[in-house]
Design a protein around this ligand. Structure first.
Ligand code: AP5
Length: 222
């Protein structure tokens, strides 16, 4: 199965992708994580990407598309994909469709997690994450047992530089129109599933799994 999680910054893509990829046996691929890893390693790609991320802008397509297509061509990606944060522009979506078609495959479903923007601001400015294992926390909705320490691996939690209020606003402004255009692109393909992203993370996982059940049923009927 090849799935896309679509949604504005803070909609819960990372939180849900980790759960769903584990349950469905899919490889979780986050372009945001790939850029942050590259920046931490100090590679040329990472340094370039960091400038865009800090400004709340998208990393240019010519960099992003090549990086993602290279990653999903690797053997471990053949088990199935949970794409988180890609595609983010129409050229990215079209390039992905072309690359998958060349392998004789396609995207099975796009899960669009929808959350009101005022809640997104609150979620992102309160987020803490683990630089070691990737676990995601929130000061209010998912605090760690010990402040600023990861429950999973004990590493010190960090806040993302792009989660400052002004940068969050820039990220929302950058992504709003593209996200709607992508929703329209996949709606036209009959692959879009809109899911209410408010409520507890567990209830949202339930809604996403319900949407996926429909996808497998359609597949079996075909
Ligand atoms: P990326 O890392 O992908 O950031 P994003 O899309 O802005 O999304 P986030 O990771 O901020 O949020 P999320 O939806 O994953 O939410 P999360 O689960 O963490 O990209 C970063 C940057 O990289 C981009 O700005 C861009 O510069 C660049 N980039 C990446 N991909 C690119 C691409 N394809 N093209 C070009 N540039 C690209 O949850 C957020 C918080 O809310 C957490 O604290 C969490 O605990 C909490 N939370 C989650 N669910 C709930 C809930 N149900 N109720 C309450 N709180 C919740």
């Amino acid at each position: 199965m090849r799935l896309i999680l679509l949604g504005l910054p803070g909609a819960g893509k990372g939180t849900q992708a980790k759960i769903l990829a584990g349950r469905q046996g899919l490889l979780h691929v986050s372009t945001g994580d790939m850029f942050r890893d590259a920046a931490a390693e100090g590679t040329a790609l990472g340094t370039r990407a960091q400038e865009y991320m800090t400004a709340g802008q998208l990393v240019p397509d010519e960099v992003t598309i090549g990086m993602l297509l290279e990653r999903i061509a690797k053997p471990d990606a053949q088990v199935g994909l949970m794409l988180d944060g890609f595609p983010r522009t129409l050229p990215q979506a079209e390039a992905l469709d072309r690359a998958l078609a060349e392998q004789g495959s396609e995207i099975d479903a796009v899960l669009y997690i929808k959350v009101p923007e005022d809640e997104l601001m609150e979620r992102l400015t309160g987020r803490w994450s683990c630089p070691q294992c990737g676990a995601i926390y929130h000061t209010q909705s998912k605090p760690p047992q010990v402040a600023e320490v990861c429950d999973e691996c004990g590493a010190a939690l960090t806040q993302r530089a792009d989660d400052q209020p002004a940068t969050v606003q820039a990220r929302l402004d950058t992504n709003r129109e593209w996200t709607e255009q992508l929703a329209q692109y996949y709606r036209a393909q009959g692959k879009l599933h809109e899911v209410d992203g408010t409520g507890s993370p567990e209830s949202i996982t339930g809604r996403l799994l319900e949407a996926l059940q429909g996808v497998s049923l359609q597949g079996r009927k075909a």
